[in-house]
Design a binder for this molecule. Sequence first.
Ligand code: NAP
Length: 250
Amino acid sequence: MTREQSRNALVLGAGGGLGQAIVARLLTDPSIDKVIAVSRNGRTEDLSGHWTSSSRLVWIQSDYTEQAMADVVTQLAPYAGTLSRVCICHGVLHSDTIWPEKRLEDISADALHEIFHANTVIPSLWLKLLHKILAGKQRCVVAALSARVGSIGDNRMGGWYAYRTSKSALNMMLKTLAVEYARRAKNVKLISFHPGTTDTPLSKPFQGSVKKENLFSTAFVADRLVGIMDQADVDGQLSYLDWDGKSIAW
Ligand SMILES: NC(=O)c1ccc[n+]([C@@H]2O[C@H](COP(=O)([O-])OP(=O)(O)OC[C@H]3O[C@@H](n4cnc5c(N)ncnc54)[C@H](OP(=O)(O)O)[C@@H]3O)[C@@H](O)[C@H]2O)c1
């Protein structure tokens, strides 16, 4: 493949449940040359078991400090103008020390900072740092994994303060970035994507209340996302879409 013809894909936060499935799905796409995966961790067992021999998979480790992210983008310079798909998969709902808030007494400054950093700040910094290598003639679709709970209009249940508001803030950040990308990287389409409840470590503690038919596999969601990205119009707008391609109220 010549440089002009090659289409490459970038998956940021590739070590999570959805990140791994998206990498795997993109590697099945013959029109994609290289899949570049960025994660805090080395290649996961799943992927190394299956894809270790794939010379099409490029794995980069990063600890997501702003300097480390800038270093990743420097390493991506040879791919400038060739990236046709970018998936930003970062998201934290709970950790060893954080649990989603049920009532206002549970709100904690430390948890808000930690969740906002992973869910809002890091995706925003990627889009700040990447715009120069995404801008060009190649149609490029960027999907950031958001969540329906970030919808202000759809918030009937309350709770989950940090996660919910970090995703609303992510959506506003993406909307604002879309305005500037429409001027400075007209070939780029931004999508804020809700995967639906998907069987990953993030949703594991909350799956008990989810009907079996409403709990998606990561492979199913990755396939839906890739299909949505394939069909998306580069219209200078941010779309907020669910796994079924339906728009979500802001
Ligand atoms: N699963 C669901 O039901 C569901 C529903 C709605 C929305 N989502 C969204 O889908 C996305 C993927 O989640 P998942 O279900 O695949 O969860 P997961 O398996 O727990 O994966 C977590 C993801 O977040 C990244 N991450 C974790 N801690 C981080 C930190 N401290 N700083 C930066 N990045 C960090 C991981 O990147 P590394 O590769 O570096 O580990 C990985 O991409 C998230 O944005 C989540 O909010 C998921």
